[in-house]
Ligand binder design. Structure first.
Ligand code: URA
Length: 429
């Protein structure tokens, strides 16, 4: 087969065969197909899309580039995956919390993608934390502790590891086909019993509108169910960052505060709701209300924090070492009114220009930079009020971020109606 012919076929909007998809994916995972040809195919898929059969074949081809995880205990094996959004730190809390419910949570997470931060980049702001556990190490940790958060390995969906990094820097992230295959290949390879998906929409997510997010949720759930996984999905609103912090070290700090009982309500409510769906899916709770109470109990007792500390320690991290945050620069409102709109794309670019995200594959991250959002959508603000704190030591980068932050915030003359943080899309129970 000839790569350029397959790329042209998709470019012209034709359906690819299973053999063609496998040829490209296996070739890329092996290193035979260069980045530029894979990037061209990703762009063709981004523009032309794939039908459900092609998406399933793409997912299966990606899984087949590596191994599937063996079971290590009798405990149900569960996970959650988010399609990515600004300030999304739910994984840091959800993994240890579900492990407290006597479930195994093998989290294979990603790095920052597009404007959204990555769980691995956040965790690596903890001194020593290892996101490169071998398959044996992660299995051992799962058996002992019930959770880990690590990256895709050379043996578990290696195709996604490479393709994910390539998409991040080639403008090919917001594609239903590519997101579905990327997420579901990792989840199916984890050999899960239940999965909850947090499908994000809005200005701070890859998919701006709710209809596109529904299409993605449908594609993800169909793929999960096809693989025998009880899959549920919530559609969650990313028209403003989740929680107050956007960045890496600052999001870890906020997650720790939450696990110590002092974190922002929206982060906790979404994390608890996603976890509740999992508990109902595996029959640990009879309904969502019972599940929420159980989870609240684990948080209030300090057990979630304790499990997080154990997880970090087992992965080599030292929570005792201070995680430095950048110098604070305040961004103030230039007029009075109501906070009407936040352009999450611009806000996310603000973090990237300070070094909190990547402009090129493999670039290192400055964990100390970030944003602290001082106002929520719909809030009344007076001229001169602090809207955002920029955390960054470098004044040139701070200025670049300040321009983007100011551009991202729209203050209107009337109060705005807000819809709920999430909507149920599908229950896997
Ligand atoms: N998360 C993933 O793992 N992959 C994507 O493509 C998007 C979000």
């Amino acid at each position: 087969m000839i790569p350029a012919v397959i790329i042209s076929k998709k470019r012209d909007g034709q359906k690819l065969t299973e053999a063609e998809i496998r040829f490209m994916i296996f070739g890329y995972a092996r290193g035979d197909l260069p980045d530029y040809q894979m990037a061209a195919l990703a762009m063709a898929i981004f523009i032309r899309g794939m039908d459900p059969e092609e998406i399933s074949q793409l997912t299966d081809a990606m899984i087949a580039t590596g191994n599937r995880m063996e079971r290590v205990s009798e405990r149900p094996r569960v996970d959650k995956h988010s399609t990515g959004g600004l300030g999304d730190k739910t994984s840091l809390i959800l993994g240890p919390m579900l492990a407290c419910c006597d479930l195994d949570v093998p989290m294979i997470s990603g790095r920052g993608l597009g404007i959204t931060g990555g769980t691995l980049d956040k965790l690596e702001s903890i001194a020593g934390y290892r996101c490169d556990l071998s398959e044996q190490e992660s299995q051992r940790q799962l058996a002992k502790l019930g959770c880990f958060i690590t990256g895709a390995t050379e043996t578990l969906v290696p195709a996604d590891k490479k393709l994910y990094a390539l998409r991040d820097v080639t403008g090919t992230v917001p594609s239903v086909a590519l997101i579905t295959a990327s997420i579901m290949s990792k989840k199916i390879a984890e050999t899960l019993d239940a999965l909850v998906l947090d499908v994000k929409w809005g200005t701070g997510a890859f998919l701006g509108d709710l209809d596109k997010a529904r299409e993605l949720a449908l594609s993800l759930c169909a793929n999960g169910k096809r693989a025998g996984i009880a899959t549920s999905a919530l559609l969650s609103d990313m028209n403003q960052p989740l929680g107050r912090m956007v960045g890496n070290a600052c999001e870890v700090a906020e997650s720790i505060e939450l696990m110590q009982g002092k974190g922002p309500a929206d982060v906790w409510e979404l994390t608890r709701e996603l976890s509740a769906y999992v508990l109902v899916s595996v029959g640990r709770s009879v309904d969502l209300e019972q599940a929420r109470l159980l989870l609240q109990g684990h948080l209030d007792s300090g057990r979630v924090m304790e499990r997080f500390e154990q997880m970090v320690a087992m992965q080599g991290g030292d929570l005792g070492q201070t995680r430095r945050l950048g110098r604070v620069t305040e961004v103030r409102a230039d007029r009075s009114g109501w906070l009407e709109r936040i352009d999450g794309q611009r806000l996310g670019q603000g973090v990237i220009v300070m070094g909190g995200g990547r402009m090129q594959a493999g670039q290192s991250i400055d964990p100390s930079v970030g944003l602290a959002m001082e106002r929520r959508l719909g809030d009344r603000v007076e001229k001169g009020d602090v809207l955002v704190q920029i955390l960054c030591d470098d004044s040139v980068k701070t200025e670049a971020a300040r321009g983007l932050v100011l551009d991202s915030i729209c203050i209107g003359e009337r109060p705005v109606d807000r819809i709920g943080l999430w909507q149920e899309f599908e229950s896997g129970a």
